[in-house]
Design a protein around this ligand. Structure first.
Ligand code: GAL
Length: 369
């Protein structure tokens, strides 16, 4: 009798352990991807363009990491066309996406389609660039955009010895696309370091063009940056006036600026390349750093950003607390969007091997001339 009771008890315990195992597995097991085992959870990923290197990496990283967790992914690129992006997002809504991850081309153009997403109970994560003028942006994942500018400003400050009172030096300033909320953060970050030197005369903007609107380049377009640099050289530097530094907010602009400088004969002992900043560590720009045509680029590890977004999606689909580390900075005109800011660092010819090659971001082949 006693043996029978012990047997029944043991059997009961075995059954409950088995039941517990699967529950934890489903909710905690990353490979399930969501509380209902993930196989049918669709994530819509909308990227701005494939013509700028980084977005290809962002899209590929997100897709690979999400699929590894068992999600289905609808990844679309919008060729830098706002209407195409809106249509693609509408399709993602119709296809039943549970979460939308959007790197906006024009941050202010998505208000209506985000309303549709909200009406369908879909959560929206703004990716890298904040989506403006909408209450239906649930989270924002990006790098510390103000700090990106500060890093660029500090690089110029250090290389010119401005803290030591050196100067005057001549500088020209570029900014990013006016429809990209990040562009003002980059600009303000850099100017927070450089403006005191412009005010005290250690830095001279020979063209006088300093305000964001005047120096902004629509669409982050290399050719437009090259054209502006051509005009600046013709108007202000053709008489031999020395150009000591150029603030470029990213690499696609820097590559256009380099082409203009090269055509104007820079890169000789008499006419050395000015200090030139950048962002994204695009392959051609890392090669330009190795060749002494560009001085630095701000590295934003797109693998890190993607993994943070995957964490957010896991939390959303499992009804858990979504990881954020900034609930103050990013007001999109309607509300402060809870954000996760990843950390940018600078890369130049002295540390690119360690940061880009040793980390596996690039291979030696990627940087072959
Ligand atoms: C910004 C982004 C930068 C750069 C630029 C052009 O929004 O943060 O990394 O890529 O767009 O695509």
């Amino acid at each position: 009798m006693k043996k029978l009771i012990i047997f029944i008890l043991a059997a009961a315990i075995m059954v409950s352990i088995a039941a517990c195992g699967s529950a934890t597995k489903d909710s905690a097991n990353p490979s399930s991807g969501s509380s209902d085992n993930g196989k049918d959870v669709l994530i819509g990923v909308s990227m701005p363009t494939q013509s700028l290197q980084r977005w290809n990496q962002d899209g590929a990283n997100l897709k690979a990491q999400l699929e590894a967790k068992g999600y289905k992914v609808d990844l679309q690129y919008a060729n830098n066309d706002v209407n195409t992006q809106i249509q693609q997002i509408e399709n993602m809504i119709l296809k039943g996406s549970k979460v939308l991850v959007i790197a906006a081309i024009d941050g202010s153009a998505l208000t209506d389609v985000l309303k549709k997403a909200a009406d369908n109970g879909i959560k929206v994560i703004a990716y890298d660039r904040l989506i403006m003028q909408s209450e239906h942006v649930d989270y924002y994942a990006t790098f510390d955009n103000f700090k990106v500018g500060v890093i660029q400003g500090q690089y110029i400050e250090e290389k010119l010895g401005l803290k030591e009172g050196k100067g005057p030096y001549n500088i020209e300033i570029f900014a990013g696309s006016p429809d990209d909320n990040n562009a003002t953060f980059f600009h303000n970050g850099a100017m927070s370091v450089l403006k005191p030197y412009i005010d005290n005369g250690q830095l001279v903007v020979v063209s006088g063009q300093k305000d964001f609107v005047t120096v902004a380049i629509q669409g982050w377009d290399s050719a437009k940056a090259q054209a502006r640099m051509d005009n600046l050289i013709t108007a202000y530097y053709a008489d031999g006036t020395k150009l000591d530094a150029v603030l470029s907010p990213n690499d696609s602009l820097a590559i256009g600026i380099i082409a203009s400088l090269k055509n104007a004969g820079y890169g000789t002992a008499d006419k050395p390349y000015p200090i030139l900043t950048g962002q994204d560590c695009d392959k051609p720009n890392v090669i330009a750093m190795i060749n002494g045509q560009q001085s630095m680029s701000v590295f934003k590890d797109t693998r890190v950003l993607a993994s943070k977004v995957v964490e957010m999606i896991e939390a959303i689909t499992q009804g858990k607390e979504v990881p954020v580390n900034d609930t103050k900075t990013y007001h999109n005109g309607v509300k402060v969007v809870p954000s996760y800011l990843c950390d940018p660092v600078y890369v130049d010819v002295n540390n690119y091997k360690e940061i880009l090659l040793d980390s596996g971001y690039y291979t030696e082949d990627d940087l072959k001339q």
